[in-house]
Design a protein around this ligand. Sequence first.
Ligand SMILES: Cc1ncc(COP(=O)(O)O)c(C=O)c1O
Length: 351
Amino acid sequence: MTHPLIDLRSDTVTQPTEAMRRAMMKAQVGDDVFGEDPTVNALQQRMAALFGKEAALFVSSGTMGNQLAIKCHTLPGQEVICEADSHPFNYEAGGPAFLSGVQMRPLPGRRGVLNIEDLQASLRAQDHHFPPTSLVLIENTHNRAGGAIVPLENMQQIHRFTRKHRLALHLDGARLWNAHVATGIPLAEYGRWCDSLTVCLSKGLGAPAGSVLMGSREFIDQAHRYRKMWGGGMRQIGILAAAGLYALDHHIERLAKDHKNAKKLAHKLAKLPGLRVDIKAVQTNMVMVDLEPSGLKSADLVVTLKENGLAVIAVNAGRIRMVTHLGVSSQDIDRATAIVEKSINQLINKK
Ligand SMILES: Cc1ncc(COP(=O)(O)O)c(C=O)c1O
C-alpha cells in the first residue's frame, strides 16, 4: 500500500476542509471595493473586536499586511528597527526598501526576542547624519526561531520603549493564534501592546488565503488606500472571508493538537542517532532538527525524505524544519519518524 506524502514543510499547505468549503460556497458577497461585501465586513468587525483594535482590513497575505503597516507608519528615508531573523526583513522580497523607501535596521535577538537593552542602544542621536527611526517591528510566534513564543512581558517593555521615544510598534502575528492557544493569553491582550498587527488566516487556521491588518481607524483608512494602490482591492472576496470566519469558529482551539503533535515528533526524533532536537524549544507547531551529529547535509536529506514520502524544508545547510498542522495526525507523526530514520540510514550507508 502506498501512503500519501506527509507534508510538514509548513502550516500553509493545508487544504480547506469540506465544512470550510461549504461555508465558502454559501457566503453572501458584494463588491468589497465599494465596501459592500457583508462577509468581509463581518470578518473585519469580528477581528477588530477580538484584538481590541478600532478597525481591521482584510488583505491578501501576511506580506501585504506587514508591508502596508510599514508604509503607513513611516516616511521614505526613515529607519525601521526589527529582529534580524524576522519575516519582514528576510522573506518579504525587500519590500520595505522598494515599497516604503525605508532602511531596515536588524538587531540580533535571542530566539526571536528583541532585548530591550539592545533596542535602547540602537537609538540614534538627533543628528542630520542619521536616518530618523519611526517604527519597531516584532514577530510572535517567531518563524525562524522555530515557532518560539515571544513573552508578553517583552512586548510590554518594547511597547513602553516605543511610547517613550514616539515610535510606532507593529506586530507580525502571522501565527499569533499559536501563541494565544499555547499560553492562554487573550488575543486582545496582544492587541493592547502594539499600534498595529497582522494576523494570518491561511497558516495554522487552515483558510486558503487571507490575512487581517488591524490598528486605529485612521491607520486602517490609510492602509485601505495603499491596498488599492498596490492592486489589492478585490471584489466578491467574501468567499475567502467566509473561510476565515469558519476558521475563527472551528480552528483556533484545535491548534493545541498541532502543538501536541510537534512535541511528540520532537521527542521521537531526539531519540534517533545523528540528530539533535532541542525539545524545550518546541513551544508551538514547529520542530527544528539539527543534522550536525550525523554529518549529513540538509539538502541531501530533504531529497531522500521526499523520495520516501515526507516533505520538509531546509532552514540552512545543517538544519531542517518540520511544521504540524490540521492535515497531520498523530499516526502521521509515527510514520514521519520512521521515514526520517530510514532516510538517514540510507544516506549514511551510501557514504
Ligand atoms: C512570521 C510570518 N510573517 C509573515 C508571513 C507572510 O505571510 P504570507 O505568506 O501570507 O505573505 C509568514 C509566512 O510564512 C510568516 O511566517
